[in-house]
Design a protein around this ligand. Structure first.
Ligand code: C5P
Length: 369
């Protein structure tokens, strides 16, 4: 029986990690596509999208609790009352990671406004190290030699990868300048290019980067702070989840409750005027709903990964998804040319992922249950 439970738990671990790779990859690609697509009318407000994703996440979690309570509305009502309303001290614990996540989402907005997407995406991977350090200090997690080694290999892979991405961005920049110098820029973009063309946004991003070198420092500080907040909030959530008996879905409802409140405060502060002029759902289209749904799915999957695997493995899954999304964008958008250094970086990330999971059996431990 214990073996069956262990096998079930291992299956859920790999299933949740696989879904996380799929979710992160499709979210990155859908977001990139939604950014490059030119639509008429106002663009959707990201502050409202955050709130809608939190509410979708709460609704999905309520459905999961309903399913767990044998589809009885009465039982669902009782669980929600007993576990959330009648345990205010347990509920309030979730205000801490929720507040940190809200701050983090804002910091990442600052980071993305000041850094190009590639630098941001790769620098943010440093959260793998902060997460490992918080896991060791807050959860007393013991990492073996192979696991520390795999973290070092992972960081090397990520740094090589960043080198390639940043070089790639510089090539895009030089090419865009050359194109514009030839005056062929507008002609090229209006002459029936059917695939989403990323040149204008990349050129603008890179021009902005060149104009305000000082803002890179602000962006870098924001992303580095976000690395610490991501590690701390994730490990804090893991600690709450593994040290108390409440289900992961109840915990996520509590997290989403505070997340919605903090998110609504963000809407009021950043976009209050725009919302009162054009409404909360201004600029929403099918693609926006797809992005919001994928974000909500992300909340569910991250919670499942933290429960069945851990925060460090979550980092490996997102690293793999960066490689996957770059490869897909190479074949699909054809805007990235992989080089041998890119492949080396990718191979190191993949090798580190397997090494982290490698569990050499110490002699004599084979008979232990
Ligand atoms: O980058 P990082 O992995 O820290 O991002 C985690 C994201 O997942 C945050 O935006 C947070 O709001 C979300 N999350 C969630 N539910 C959880 C844990 C995280 O929605 N249980």
């Amino acid at each position: 029986k214990a073996d069956a439970d262990k096998a079930m738990s291992a299956n859920l671990k790999y299933l949740s990690l696989g879904i996380l790779v799929f979710q992160t990859t499709s979210l990155v690609l859908t977001m990139r596509y939604s950014r490059t697509l030119k639509e008429e009318g106002p663009r959707y407000l990201s502050s409202t999208a955050v709130v809608v994703a939190e509410i979708l996440k709460i609704m999905a979690c309520i459905l999961l609790v309903y399913k767990d309570s044998q589809c009885s509305l009465r039982a669902l009502n009782r669980i929600l009352r007993d576990e959330i309303l009648n345990k205010p001290m347990e509920t309030i614990k979730l205000a801490i990671p929720s507040g940190i996540y809200t701050l983090q989402n804002n910091l990442l907005y600052v980071a993305l406004s000041n850094l190009d997407a590639a630098t941001y995406q790769v620098t943010y991977q440093l959260k793998i190290l902060t997460t490992a350090l918080f896991s060791v200090s807050m959860l007393s997690k013991k990492l073996g030699v192979y696991q520390w080694l795999s973290l070092v290999i992972l960081m090397t892979g990520v740094l090589l990868y960043s080198y390639v991405l940043i070089c790639g961005a510089s090539i895009i920049w030089s090419l865009s300048l050359a194109r514009r110098a030839r005056g062929s820029w507008l002609a090229a973009s209006s002459s029936g290019c059917h695939r989403p063309c990323r040149w204008p946004s990349d050129a603008q991003e890179l021009d902005a980067k060149a104009l305000s070198a000082g803002s890179q420092f602000v962006g870098l500080m924001a992303v580095l702070t976000a690395c610490f907040s991501s590690g701390f909030a994730g490990v804090y959530f893991e600690k709450i989840l593994k040290e108390t008996k409440q289900s992961v879905w109840i915990r996520n409802i509590q997290l989403g409750f505070f997340g919605s409140i903090f998110g609504l405060m963000g809407v009021y502060v950043y976009d209050g005027e725009l919302v009162s002029q054009n409404g909360f759902f201004q600029g929403y289209n099918r693609l926006t709903w797809a992005v919001v749904a994928l974000q909500a799915l992300g909340g569910l999957v991250i919670a499942a990964v933290i429960k069945y695997a851990d925060n460090i493995l979550k980092g490996f899954a997102t690293s793999l998804s960066i490689i996957l999304s770059t490869l897909i964008s190479y074949f699909w958008l054809q805007d990235f040319v992989p080089t041998s250094v890119f492949f080396l970086g990718a191979m190191l990330v993949i090798a580190a992922t397997f090494l982290y999971g490698y569990d050499p059996k110490p002699a004599g431990s084979a008979t232990r249950a």
